[in-house]
Ligand binder design. Structure first.
Ligand code: KIV
Length: 261
């Protein structure tokens, strides 16, 4: 299954979107996207928190399970929450395994580079497909802030080292978030596995967006890396407005919506 993604490198662009619920997953399952990510972005766009740090393994399992119901045949990657990995190998493998066994994910994603190679190796050794995530790492906000990476030659060198260390440890793909296009291009050229970019320019092997961002659900945010493909905020608000008007005016329910004996 995962090899299908790896084989796309250099042949066709890979498309990934985040998803957190059954009905959206059902829609995604009827599209041509390649991967669904149950991202820990659920901390911000579902739970309304300022960061992703509070997300728990239980929450990712819950959302992965309901996404799996809507998209039974999709390749689903589940995000490993902050501190659910990288503390001890045993804990990391156990939590990754839970996302697959209890959530129904096909693979897990974790944020970090060379420092995590050891943990990635332990996971892939027991059959857990792992996706890496380098560049801007939202789980490390308290250390680095939301800073675009890969602006200097030193930073680019370090990112390439991260990508290669992850590749050698066995990841099947790497998300590159929030880097200069130049950095993402060089990283992509230096690894044999596909890179999937968000805010990393056009040269990565694929792209990922947070679904609520690309659907325009939050009128208060519009990130430079994002494109709003529709404006669900206005669509939902207008629909609720029409419903409210019709109820107030006695126009809803109409004969079409009423049961008679
Ligand atoms: O949690 C998430 O949605 C992510 C994407 C931004 C790649 O990690």
């Amino acid at each position: 299954m995962i090899h299908k993604i790896v084989n796309k490198k250099g042949k066709e662009k890979i498309v990934m979107l985040t998803c957190y619920d059954y009905l959206t997953a059902k829609i995604l399952s009827e599209t041509n996207i390649d991967l669904i990510l149950v991202g820990d972005s659920l901390g911000t766009v579902i739970k309304g928190e300022k960061t992703t740090l509070s997300v728990t393994v239980e929450e990712v399992i819950y959302h992965t399970r309901i996404v799996r119901k809507g998209a039974p045949d999709a390749i689903i990657v589940a995000d490993m929450p902050f501190l659910s990995y990288g503390t001890s190998v045993e804990e990391s493998v156990k939590n990754a395994g839970r996302l697959m066994k209890e959530g129904g994910a096909n693979a897990v994603k974790l944020e970090g580079g060379k420092e995590l190679a050891h943990f990635v190796g332990a996971m892939t050794n027991v059959g857990i497909p792992v996706m890496g995530h380098i560049g801007l790492k939202p789980q490390s906000i308290n250390l680095y802030g939301y800073k675009i990476a890969g602006k200097t030659e030193d930073e680019i060198k370090s990112l390439i080292e991260d990508a290669k260390a992850l590749e050698n440890a066995g990841v099947f793909s790497i998300v590159i978030e929030g880097t200069t296009e130049e950095a993402a291009k060089i990283i992509t050229e230096n690894v044999k596995i596909p890179t999937i970019g968000i805010g990393a320019g056009k040269y990565t092997d694929g792209q990922v967006l947070v679904i609520t961002d690309m659907l325009g659900m939050d009128k208060d945010v519009n990130y430079k890396h994002n494109k709003r493909y529709t404006n669900l905020y206005d669509i939902i608000k207008n629909a609720v407005g029409s419903y409210t008007d019709e109820v107030k005016k006695g126009l809803f329910p109409s004969e079409d919506n009423i049961f008679h004996k």
